[in-house]
Design a protein around this ligand. Structure first.
Ligand code: NAP
Length: 285
């Protein structure tokens, strides 16, 4: 079994991004390379994620904009913030930190983000581009998973890939990215019957369901590559994934740990998408 080291891959990728930012700056920037994070309310988990994003921007030399709005903000308040960021040429990309308070219409707000600044690949435009095989800004978590698979030169063509979970942000784009790389893809969800029979056929198994240690060793084929997207808490409140790591790891050829697997890649790919968006906006790439 080989551990897929997300911290290492994130570090290498962030160094590449920092180099690209530095060389763009050396040529002289017309506008900033900037990421805006819109944070509505004060969800404690989101506070940590937002802080990490702002810090990551600083580390690679990018500008960050933290737009913090109170819990009782109206739809118009958030919409106005998005519109002003759309119009700001120093904002290359923006992300609406989820979850947002329940009284706000998430889909409607996301649809207001200018597609060229949609660095989390969540607008219909960017998703449509991806699903029709065109160049796009891809959702950061599945994009990060692809980066991990490629870093370890894991062959994908012709392999049986099973994605457990079908969320718009993780499962669905994950399946599409694997399909684009010529895997034969099966998507499973909460209504799937005979889940273990399907997961046992996977050469590449991606689990993104949000249930601590759900995937057991008897659900995994010998030699499978197991990618655990889950970020859950175990019975002692300790961070863990959707995979029963201790028991599953012996059966795998490769496996991601939690923490230290997929997690560090998500913010990294957000930075990568922001630089990509900047280049596209400036007509550079
Ligand atoms: P989500 O929107 O809640 O979606 C969960 C998906 O899992 C749904 O499609 C659901 O099926 C499916 N599911 C739930 N229980 C299942 C079961 N028993 N068997 C099969 N499928 C089941 O979650 P998400 O946003 O995709 O996130 C999934 C996990 O990844 C969470 O732990 C989250 O914290 C983590 N995550 C991590 C990162 C990272 O950076 N590492 C980023 C994003 C998310 P239905 O569609 O039928 O309901």
């Amino acid at each position: 079994m080989r551990l897929i080291d997300g911290k290492l891959v994130a570090k290498v990728t962030r160094e590449e991004i920092a180099n690209e930012v530095a060389s763009l700056k050396a040529k002289g920037l017309k506008n900033e390379i900037g990421l805006a994070v819109i944070f509505v309310g004060d969800n404690p988990a989101s506070q940590v994620y937002v802080r990490n994003k702002i810090k990551a921007c600083e580390e690679v030399g990018m500008k960050s904009f933290l737009c913090k709005l109170p819990e009782d903000s109206t739809f118009e308040d958030v919409a106005n913030t998005i519109e002003s960021l759309n119009a700001n040429p120093d904002v290359s990309g923006m992300i609406l930190q989820l979850p947002i308070p329940k009284h706000l219409d998430e889909n409607k707000l996301i649809s207001l983000i200018a597609p060229e600044k949609d660095v989390d690949g969540c607008t219909a435009t960017q998703k449509g581009r991806m699903w029709t095989g065109r160049d796009s800004l891809v959702a950061c978590t599945p994009y990060g998973v692809m980066k991990l698979l490629d870093f370890y030169n894991i062959p994908l063509e012709g392999k049986n890939a099973v994605v457990v979970g079908r969320s718009n942000l993780v499962g669905k784009p994950m399946a599409q990215l694997l399909l684009d790389r010529n895997c034969t893809v099966t998507i499973c969800h909460s209504r799937t019957q005979g889940l273990a029979d399907i997961t046992r056929r996977a050469d590449i198994l991606v689990v993104a369901i949000g249930k601590a240690k759900f995937l057991k060793a008897d659900m995994v084929q010998e030699g499978a590559v197991v990618i655990d997207v889950g970020m859950d808490r175990d019975e002692n409140g300790k961070l863990c994934g959707d995979v029963d790591f201790e028991n599953v790891k012996e059966k795998c050829s490769y496996i991601t740990p939690v923490p230290g697997g997929v997690g560090p890649m998500t913010v990294t790919m957000l930075l990568a998408n922001t630089v990509k968006a900047y280049n596209q906006q400036q007509g550079l790439k």
